[in-house]
Structures are given as structure tokens and as C-alpha cells.
Ligand binder design. Structure first.
Ligand code: GDP
Length: 297
């Protein structure tokens, strides 16, 4: 187990408790511990550095409240700054579906949980928002992945686009859009192919699909346990395809959630949902407070 930040700072500040305000030296000492905590939580180094700078400005000179220790006070400042960074300003509601049919493009690496997340989001839209949903798999290289999406669609009681052998991803995307229009669907999900690594073929295909599909949302699914890699994946997909939001999966595991902070800081795009298990209901709206608590330990 990691030592929590409160525990770390408690020790650091033991000898400083009589001071009336946080001096620069106190804050520097505390922020060294904060930096270690952030790095242990998988926040990337440049993001941790910028974050510390922002916190330093806010903490130095702050009067120490009588009811809390300086350590607790720094934890609070750090916590509030984490929540502020993780919360987007003026972001539209997650998956606001107006002017149907809306296309949601699902992108990400193979194994990130993209297909599972597609079905989870579809179930949510159906049950919480009463939407009529169509699912289409564009993974022409992996017939098993196409079948998996059809099976999940059956489980959650939504339609999936019939699989036609030999079609390209772009052809499937066109057919899905047509079907969405003809069938009176509110939402059509396009579950794009994943690869084990980002490569030009993958990106070219996703770009071609995006150009045809004109998605309302382009949702990047990333494995929350992959730490630094998650940040690289988000940066690449955002640069090449332009993402509108992120779903962080496997947050039921013991990942510390630092990837959320890094991705948010680096791409500027909101984390919209977190995956919390394999079951179809294991998806929560992203809550900055919860991730902040997790990063701090
Ligand atoms: P894809 O290749 O990106 O489409 O990945 P899949 O959707 O096939 O998921 C790969 C595996 O991860 C499956 O066994 C899923 O059940 C599992 N999975 C997906 N999301 C989560 C999650 O949030 N938590 C856990 N524990 N497992 C997940």
C-alpha cells in the first residue's frame, strides 16, 4: 500500500505547527512530498511539475487555520487544485443527444475495453435516457470482435448492424449511418478497430471513418491501469483524430488515477466516464472528487 499524502505531510509538518502562516520553506518541503505522491499515482512528470507550481502559488503565505494542521491544510489545497484541474469549464453534458441520429465514434487501442464500453454506454443511453440505439463494429480484421459486439447488443437489448463480410470500415460506417436514419435511431455507435500499438494504418482508417461519419462525439477509451502510456495514447489520438472525451476503464483495479490528471492536462479533453468492471452496469460518470481522493491516497 502507498502511504497516504496526509500521513506523509503529517510527519513533515510536525515541527511547524506553531506557525501562523505557511512559509515558502514549509510549502517547498510539503510539495516535495506531494510530488512523490503524484508520481506514485502515475501522474506524468511534466504535469506533476506544472501542478506543483500552481499549488505553490496558492499555498505560500496562506494563514494556517486553527482547526487543522498545516499538513491537512496543504492536503486540502492540493485536493482542491486537483478537482479544479480535473473539472472542465463549460463542458456540455456527457453524451447529450440532440438532433438524432447522433453518431458516437469509439476509438482506442485493442484490449482497452472499447467494445465493452460501447455496450455499457449504449445500455446507459437506452435505460437512463430512453434512447433507441444502434451498435456497429468496424473491426474488419477481427471477426470475433464484431461478433462480441453483436452478442453484447443482444444482452443489453439494443440492435446491432448486421455483419456483412468483405466490407471496409468506411463502408460499414456509411451503412450504419443509413440504417440509423432509416430505422429512426437516436444514437449510432461506431466501434472502430483497435490495434496493439498506435500505427499509421490504424490512424488513417479512423480518420477516414471520422470524415464519413461526422461524429457528434469521438470517445477515446483508455485502460486506466496503463499510467504513462495512457497519456501518450490520448495525445496521439487527439492530435490525429481529435477526441471529444475520454473513458477510463479498469478503475476497479488498483490504479491510482494519475493518468486522468495527466490526460486532462495534456489534451484539455474531459474524462467523461470511468469503467468499474466487466459487467454492463459497471460504468460511472466521471467524478473529479473521487479521482482526486484516489490520487492523494
Ligand atoms: P477492446 O479490445 O478494446 O474492445 O476490449 P474489450 O471491450 O474486449 O475488453 C477487454 C477485456 O477487458 C474484457 O475482458 C472486458 O470484460 C474487460 N474490461 C473492459 N472494461 C473493464 C473495466 O472497466 N474493468 C474491468 N475489470 N475489466 C474491463
Amino acid at each position: 500500500m502507498f502511504e497516504s499524502l496526509s500521513e506523509r505531510l503529517g510527519g513533515v509538518f510536525d515541527r511547524l505547527t506553531k506557525q501562523g502562516a505557511l512559509t515558502e520553506a514549509d510549502v517547498d518541503t510539503a510539495l516535495r512530498e506531494v510530488r512523490v505522491a503524484l508520481l506514485e499515482a502515475d501522474v506524468s512528470l511534466p504535469v506533476a511539475r506544472d501542478f506543483i507550481k500552481a499549488v505553490k502559488g496558492k499555498a505560500t503565505g496562506q494563514a494556517v487555520t486553527k482547526s487543522v494542521t498545516p499538513g491537512q491544510q496543504v492536503v486540502k489545497i492540493v485536493h482542491d487544485e486537483l478537482v479544479r484541474t480535473l473539472t472542465g469549464e463549460g463542458e456540455p453534458d456527457a453524451l447529450k443527444i440532440d438532433n438524432p441520429p447522433a453518431t458516437i465514434l469509439m476509438v482506442g487501442l485493442q484490449g482497452s475495453g472499447k467494445t465493452t464500453t460501447t455496450a455499457k454506454l449504449a445500455k446507459r443511453l437506452k435505460e437512463k435516457n430512453g434512447k433507441k440505439v444502434l451498435l456497429a463494429s468496424l473491426d474488419t480484421q477481427r471477426p470475433a470482435a464484431m461478433e462480441q459486439l453483436a452478442i453484447l447488443a443482444g444482452q443489453i437489448g439494443v440492435d446491432s448492424l448486421p455483419i456483412v463480410k468483405g466490407e471496409s470500415a468506411v463502408q460499414i460506417a456509411k451503412r450504419a449511418k443509413m440504417q440509423a436514419n432509416l430505422g429512426g435511431y437516436d444514437v449510432v455507435f461506431l466501434d472502430t478497430a483497435g490495434r496493439l500499438h498506435i500505427d499509421d494504418v490504424l490512424m488513417d482508417e479512423v480518420q477516414a471513418v471520422r470524415d464519413i461519419a461526422q461524429p457528434r462525439e469521438t470517445m477515446l477509451v483508455v485502460d486506466g491501469l496503463t499510467g504513462q502510456d495512457a497519456v501518450n495514447v490520448a495525445t496521439e489520438f487527439n492530435a490525429k483524430v481529435g477526441i471529444s472525451g475520454v473513458v477510463l476503464t479498469r478503475m476497479d483495479g488498483d490504479g491510482r488515477g494519475g493518468a486522468a490528471l495527466s490526460m486532462r492536462a495534456v489534451t484539455g479533453k474531459p474524462i467523461r466516464f470511468v469503467g468499474l468492471g466487466e459487467k454492463m452496469d459497471a460504468l460511472d460518470a466521471f467524478e473529479p472528487e473521487r479521482i482526486a481522493g484516489r490520487i492523494l491516497g
